[in-house]
Design a binder for this molecule. Structure first.
Ligand code: PA5
Length: 465
């Protein structure tokens, strides 16, 4: 394991009454043990198929890398159509590992297609996409585990029609890769009928836990990223998470600290990477944490309405917008910093005018500055007795990103087990999906439409038109 976890500033010894007492580890040892055993007992089973993804895909990885690599050679643009768990993993990893201005680089420097992750159905955005891609050299990956999501199906229909018009049906088919559950769902049926290339999402791999299956691996291979190193990193972290000792198992440890923090009313979990490359990792984390832990009932059917609201923040940018609140506002947050020991570039602060007032900056690097600012923010929060926690990446690369993804997934699974909830369902999201089907007149959803029509009309309290 290459990542390092520092939880000193979560503890009572450091931040006083707001912190977690040392004895909590022994007082809660039975709950920790039960949560650990629950997650371990289900590894590779049911909705925990994601646990085995670093180890179980050997049968098709080489084919996937070769086929997708060949698409990467031909494509000028690669467009991911997906939403939620079918978009955020690909976006987070690609943003971490590609050149920061990847799409703006000249093709010969880029050496991989431009990437567009289209995870919304804003009509203006769809038109804007058509303005920047050339359909003749654009390839599309339609990702939907269920194969039923309205947003993704709509995007697919629009783009497939445009592709057929531009290239003819036979050629258009070659520009589409579908990632979905094999044997089931509208998109799977279309893909078989049309003869699209299909990669499968395992039955027990849920959307937000799918980044290490073809949902993420197809785009990564098209972009020439090191898929095997990513999986190796994930495997190393998975193995670290098999340790029953909460002092050594990083995901069990932080899940427990967050669980104890929730008990203290610290119901907001802020993820604050100090690296632009990790900015979308915060989006990935937010979805994972929110959809997995925000639940109405526990496993015994008791109404609990639990969950910790995830928030994203970017260091140092958001020091100038949010840190004031974190330092002096309500004691309702845990801030997790993502720190990078060694950035992939170094940038020296030069000053050819020798301005006296700037002398303290001259000769230092932006690397020193960003790390000093992270430590300064950590110092300020700790001084104000605010719970905070730091995950250190030695550097951002495929292996450390694989570790980080697996850490977040195991942390979420352990936290859900501590809360005694179903971490892997999302009834709130499904309800919205069904209501959308009903409102668009999908057959089979008439009763849902009746329910929507019967809901009280809210027209009394409106200001404006
Ligand atoms: O994590 C989840 O299950 C959801 O966020 C889904 O990923 C999202 O709703 C998209 O679903 P699908 O992949 O079926 O299109």
């Amino acid at each position: 394991m290459k990542l390092r976890f520092d939880y000193n500033n979560m503890m009572r010894e450091t931040i006083g009454e707001r912190g977690i007492p040392e004895k909590a580890f022994s007082d809660e040892s039975a709950s920790i043990k039960q949560a650990f055993e629950t997650v371990m007992a289900n590894r590779g089973k049911g909705w925990q198929e994601w646990c085995e993804l670093p180890f179980s895909q050997g049968g098709y990885i080489d084919e996937l890398i070769t086929y997708c690599g060949s698409i990467g050679q031909k494509a000028d643009s690669f467009v991911v159509l997906g939403i939620g768990g079918s978009a955020l993993g690909p976006l987070a990893v690609a943003s971490a590992l590609l050149h920061f201005r990847h799409n703006e680089l000249p093709a010969q420097v880029r050496k991989a297609p431009k990437l567009y992750v289209e995870d919304n159905v804003d009509p203006e955005r769809m038109h804007a996409l058509f303005d920047v891609i050339d359909l003749k050299t654009a390839y599309f990956n339609v990702i939907t585990k269920s194969g039923e999501t309205s947003e993704t199906l709509s995007q697919f229909l629009i783009l497939y029609a445009a592709l057929k018009k531009a290239l003819g049906t036979a050629e258009a088919k070659k520009h589409i890769i579908v990632t979905t559950t094999v044997g089931k769902g509208t998109l799977y049926n279309i893909a078989v009928k049309e003869g699209f290339k299909i990669y499968g999402v395992g039955a027990g791999v849920g959307g937000r836990f799918s980044v290490l299956c073809p949902v993420g691996l197809v785009p990564f291979a098209v972009l020439g990223l090191d898929v095997k190193a990513l999986l190796a990193g994930a495997a190393a972290m998975a193995e670290a998470c098999y340790d029953p000792d909460v002092r050594k198992n990083p995901a069990l440890n932080s899940a427990f600290l967050q669980y104890m923090s929730m008990k203290k009313g610290q119901n907001i979990s802020v993820l604050m990477p100090y690296a632009d490359s990790l900015k979308f990792m915060a989006d990935f984390y937010c979805q994972l944490w929110a959809e997995s832990l925000g639940k109405a009932v526990d496993n015994d059917g008791k109404v609990v309405n639990v969950g910790q609201t995830p928030a994203k923040s970017l260091g140092v940018t958001d020091q100038h917008s949010q840190v004031q609140l974190y330092t002096e506002g309500p004691f309702d947050k845990v801030v997790t910093f993502l720190a990078v020991d060694k950035y992939r570039s170094e940038c020296v602060i030069t000053d050819d005018k020798d301005i006296d007032a700037c002398a303290f900056l001259k000769g230092h690097t932006l690397n020193e500055l960003i790390n000093a600012e992270r430590k300064a923010t950590e110092f300020a929060l700790t001084k104000a007795n605010r719970a905070n926690f730091t995950v250190y990446l030695p550097e951002v690369n495929a292996e450390t990103i694989g570790e980080l993804l697996m850490y977040f997934m195991y942390e979420t699974a352990f936290a859900g087990a501590l809360l005694n909830i179903n971490t892997f369902d999302q009834p709130g999201v499904e309800e919205g999906k069904k209501a959308t089907f009903a409102m668009l007149g999908r057959s089979g959803y008439e009763a849902k439409m009746d329910e929507i029509n019967a809901a009280p009309k809210q027209s009394k309290y409106v200001i404006g038109r």
